[in-house]
Design a protein around this ligand. Structure first.
Ligand code: NAI
Ligand code: MG
Length: 329
């Protein structure tokens, strides 16, 4: 029996989570679900974007599924705080070309490893009306820890190279530490190739030569921005799952946000949420079913018949989900 914490959030978070739960219900696995609130709607009801009860449910679970939440003016981000509470320090974001999708190339297969606990996401900003300062914290400990995850993931994926992305020509001290930590850790992995790029050049290389990357490791903000750019290479945010992994817990969520432009229309692409659930099952050791889900998603996308409007189709969220389930059982 796996204890899952389900935190749908709001906007399309709720829609893609319902789809995901529908699919999980059809699997031959024993889950117990506990539900937690978070996000903008939660703030309007409870006066907080992340109630303590939600953190407790997440902490007590074997794994967490998170949908998406709309940002609340003046309030901290629930997902950033939840990642910190659970100390899920590595945000793993795989990107690959899918058959049947208008990708920039058909041979893309890399993963972004984003540091999840510090950088510009410290949410520590201060100042006055005229001048505001945001703290950008980079520690050697977190930088070495995330590089280690990147190298280990490269081995697990059977790939060749880890690319470190930073801006150490300008952020000499903070990104100096990030880059130095990367090369220190690299010494323990002599069989893996290494390289590093400034983030601005990397933004271009992702478009001009995305096939050349295997594992990309970066700090919090750069990793976040490059993830959405990368999703754009392969057909959009509807196909970009992620896992936040720590030593004691895993939190799985689509890369996308609450998409207010399409929320409530039942047309959100459920694939990134479902692929995130597949990553969760892989994390829980259910490799076979994790793989089957991935294959089912790929099959439905490749068939080009049942797909949501972001991929050029006219099917809705549940029609796509049911098509994926049909491939599974
Ligand atoms: P977004 O990721 O919600 O949407 C960006 C674009 O991608 C929109 O055009 C949207 O319709 C499309 N899109 C996203 N997911 C899709 C899906 N599954 N199927 C089809 N189309 C999809 O980012 P945006 O618009 O910048 O932010 C909206 C809200 O979400 C904001 O309040 C933001 O703070 C929040 N947000 C929350 C995140 C989280 O909870 N993890 C992450 C990113 C943003
Ligand atoms: Mg993002």
């Amino acid at each position: 029996m796996y204890k899952l914490a389900i935190i749908s959030g709001d906007g399309i978070g709720k829609e893609v989570m319902s789809a995901c739960e529908y699919l999980l219900d059809k699997l031959n696995l024993d889950f117990s679900f506990k539900y937690g609130q978070a996000g903008f709607e939660c703030f309007n009801k409870n006066g907080t974007t992340l109630p303590e009860e939600t953190v407790k449910i997440a902490n007590d679970s074997d794994a967490v599924l998170f949908g998406a939440s709309t940002s609340t003016p003046g309030q901290p981000s629930p997902i950033i705080n939840l990642r910190k509470e659970l100390n899920v320090y590595a945000n793993i974001r795989p990107i690959k070309s899918y058959k049947g999708v208008n990708c920039i190339r058909d041979d893309i297969d890399f993963v972004i490893v984003r540091e999840n606990t510090e950088g510009l996401y410290s949410q520590k900003e201060y100042g006055n009306k005229e001048k505001m300062i945001a703290e950008r914290i980079i520690t050697r400990k977190a930088s070495e820890r995330i590089s280690k995850v990147a190298f280990n993931l490269c081995l697990k994926r059977g790939q060749e190279k880890v690319t470190c992305v930073h801006k150490s020509n300008v952020l000499k001290k903070t990104d100096g530490v990030f880059k130095e930590s990367f090369y220190n850790i690299a010494k323990n992995y002599p069989q893996i190739k290494t390289e590093d790029y400034y983030v601005d050049a990397m933004a271009m290389y992702l478009i001009t030569q995305p096939q050349n990357f295997d594992v990309i490791v970066s700090s919090n903000l750069f990793g976040d921005i490059l993830s959405d750019e990368s999703a754009g290479l392969i057909g959009g945010l509807g196909l970009a799952p992620s896992g936040n992994i720590g030593d004691h817990n895993g939190l799985f969520e689509p890369v996308h946000g609450s998409a207010p432009d399409i929320a409530g229309k039942n047309i959100a692409n459920p694939c990134s949420m479902i692929l995130s659930a597949s990553m969760m099952l892989d994390y829980l050791g259910e490799w076979k079913i994790a793989n089957e889900i991935k294959n089912a998603v790929e099959k439905v996308i490749a068939d080009c018949k049942i797909r949501t409007p972001d991929l050029g189709g006219d099917s809705n969220t549940m029609e796509v989900t049911k098509a994926i389930v049909k491939e599974l059982i």
